[in-house]
Structure formats: structure tokens, C-alpha cells
Design a protein around this ligand. Sequence first.
Ligand code: AMP
Length: 452
Amino acid sequence: MCGIFGIFNHSEASNHTYLGLYALQHRGQESAGIASSDGKRLHHYRQMGLVSEVFTRETLKRLSGESAIGHVRYSTSGSSELKNAQPFVVDYAKGSIAIAHNGNLTNASLIRAELESNGSIFQSNMDTEVIAHLIARSKAKTFVERTIQALGQVEGAYSLLILTEREMVAARDPFGFRPLVLGQLREAPVIGSETCAFDLIGAKFVREIQPGEVLLINEDGIRSFNPFSPKPRHQCIFEFIYFARPDSFIFNRNVYQVRKSLGTQLARESPADVEMVIPIPDSGIPATLGYAQESKIPFEMGMIRNHYVGRTFIEPEQSIRHFGVKIKLNPVKGLMKGRRIVAVDDSIVRATTSRKINRMFRHAGAKEVHVRISSPPITHPCFFGIDTPKRSELIASSHTVKEIQKFINANSLSYLSLEGLKKCVQGEAENFCYACFTGDYPISFPIERLNE
Ligand code: AMP
């Protein structure tokens, strides 16, 4: 779970990268970083924290030059500490490179062990560093060839931006797990995880970068390479369910419309005899609108979210019950007193959130609390870039829907069916990865990882 952004040949490269990252903040809140090039050398700055906390006018000024890449991180591999923040910057025999990576490589530890046994020294525990080593070791003549050679050795999910003193390379893995889009800001090419980054800076969306495509951007313009044998697409369906921003256009679709149709489908499959439909904000809102419109039950914002909650807050010494969720969400009292309600959320992971929310609804007087989830039960962890806990912590890996209903204390609980989910990406259902719901992983990896 990370966001990446890059811009080439623009007089305000780092300022625009900062804005691009601002729009992609939902993809990672642990650390942020930018690397820029002035044509002769790279400059970079990265810190733990939100984009708005990490950068100041002064820091951005020091990130001089006409090309830049940036990254917001939510750790899925490697711990959450500064040495694992990106862009990852290294010097090697032929110059400097900065890499910003979204995704997880499935054979990184294997390659790393091999490189280490041959004397390589690693500075971080990110799988991204493996790519830097492979580029540095390549004997190919040009930078893009060295990158292609390196990418030919890694497996798994990557949407990547790499910056050198004079060039930028963008690449998306052959399965296309994570999104990556190309845009244009006047003459300058821009690249980002999602189109919402383009909207903020006034760039126009050009196209998706294709799975397996490598783009070389330099003073001669943009050149596209397709060096890898074509693979079936395995785009991450969870980007549509939860992760991407609703205003973005990725995988050839608008996220909001897909998310809303998940709710419509859910209402058809699992209606509820209730008086109001309440979304769990924010990620549950579009699906709830679909559910309410399809079922013709009034939509009410019965749960309000505080948008200013940071990642850490000081808890009172005498612990308040359910404090964790309460600081973020609070029901509208009076609205649901004596009423039958259905609460719609996008997913249940550990089920602790849903349990606490339902308790709040009941304290607020709801007579019946029905829960509808706009995705199938998550039974398997993701190894391709979504932060899911290990299998034993995923409640649906060991509990039936009835047992989960009991655990979260709901009057009824239904999930969207897998078939229903596929209907919402009609015409392209086979182009998505559903491994978190099925355990059918499209790429093999060491089986021990499943129980890590
Ligand atoms: P849980 O208490 O673990 O069941 O959390 C479920 C909530 O977390 C839902 O409201 C989702 O919107 C949200 N969610 C789903 N996937 C993730 C994720 N990978 N990281 C953080 N939150 C998530």
C-alpha cells in the first residue's frame, strides 16, 4: 500500500510532486519522500509522517531540478522506520538512481539471500532495494536495458518509478497488480498511482501504463518497451473495494461507480427489512448509496467520522472502553433510537471495527443492527501490496458467516458474493486478482509465508 508520483521536464517538478503525493496520501501515511534531479545530480528528502508534515517550502526548494519522483508509504514489507522510507536512493558505478515502488515482490528474499551470499550489502529491509542491486549489477549498456534486465529477474507486484540524473523509467509488472497511469501537464509527462493526483495539478489523463510496459522518459520524449512475455492480467480488485480514491479512474474504470455498483449488487443479493441504511465512513459510503438507491430505503449519515485523527493520540490513563474506534467514529444520537438499521461497510478484516461500531449503534438505541459488506469474506492475506494481517488474524479464515455475525453482535450479516463482485467489473472479470477471497494466488511463493 503505497502511492507514487513523478513528473519530467517541468520547472516546478518537486512542488508538483508534493501536490501529487498530497492527493495520494490515502495510499500511505507512514512516510513520504521526494527525489529530484537537476540534470547533474539527484537530491532527496524523506521522513516519517504525512506529506503535509514532512515537507516545508524550504525542503522543496532544496529539491531542485526539472524532474522528480515521490512516494507515500504504508509498509507491507519491511518495518515502519525511516531507513525503509522511499524513494530509495543509491549511487553505483554508473551514477545515481532513486526508486519509488508500489507493490510487493514475491521472490525478493530469495534474490536478496543470493546477492548477500555474493557479498552485497543491504541498507534497508525493503524488497525494493533488490531492484537497485540488480540494476547496479547489470552489464547492459543503457539504463533502460539495465532496468529491464533487473525487472526480468523479479516476480510479484510492482508499479515503479525510477529516476536517474537524466532519465525517468516507469514500469508496471506483467500481471498489472497495482495501477499506474500516465498523464500530461502541458509538455511535461506525469505518472501516478491514480488519476486523482492529476486532477489536483491540472494534468490531463493520457492512458493507463499497460501491464508489462516499461516507459523511458528523457529529453527525446517517451519511448515504450514491452520486453516481457505477455501474462494474464491480475489487477487488484481490492483497489476498487477499499483502497483507491473514489474520484480516481484506474484499471479503465471510475472507482466510485464500481464501488456504488457493489452496493447495488449487495442490495439485490441481501436485502434487509430495515428503516434506514447507514454507511461506515468513509470507505463504505459509495457502496451504501448503491444499496440505499437499489433497496429504496432512506440513506442516513448515522455515523460521523472525525477527519483530523492522527496516527497516534494520547489515551487517558483510565482507559475508556472502545476508545480506538470512538476517536474516529461517533453515531448520531437520536437518529436510530428504536429503529431497525442496516450498516454497510466495504470489508471485514479482523472484525474488531465492526464489533465496536455495532456496540455504538446499540448504545445509540438502534433496535436491530444488520450488517452488509460490499465484498466477499477475506480469507487469505495479500502478498501483492495490500496490507492484510496474517491468515490467523483474518476472522473469515477460521469463522463462518454465522459465527462472525455472532462475534460482531449483528442481527444479520451478509457479504457480497464472489459472482456478484465479478458482475460489477463485467466484461473484464477475468482480469482481476481475487486471491484474498479465494486463496487462488496467481503467482507461486514460498508456502511458509501463508502462515507467517
Ligand atoms: P477490522 O476491524 O480489521 O475488520 O477492520 C475493518 C475496517 O478496516 C473496514 O472498515 C475497512 O474499511 C478497513 N480496511 C479494510 N482493509 C484495510 C486495510 N488493508 N488496511 C486498513 N484498513 C482496512
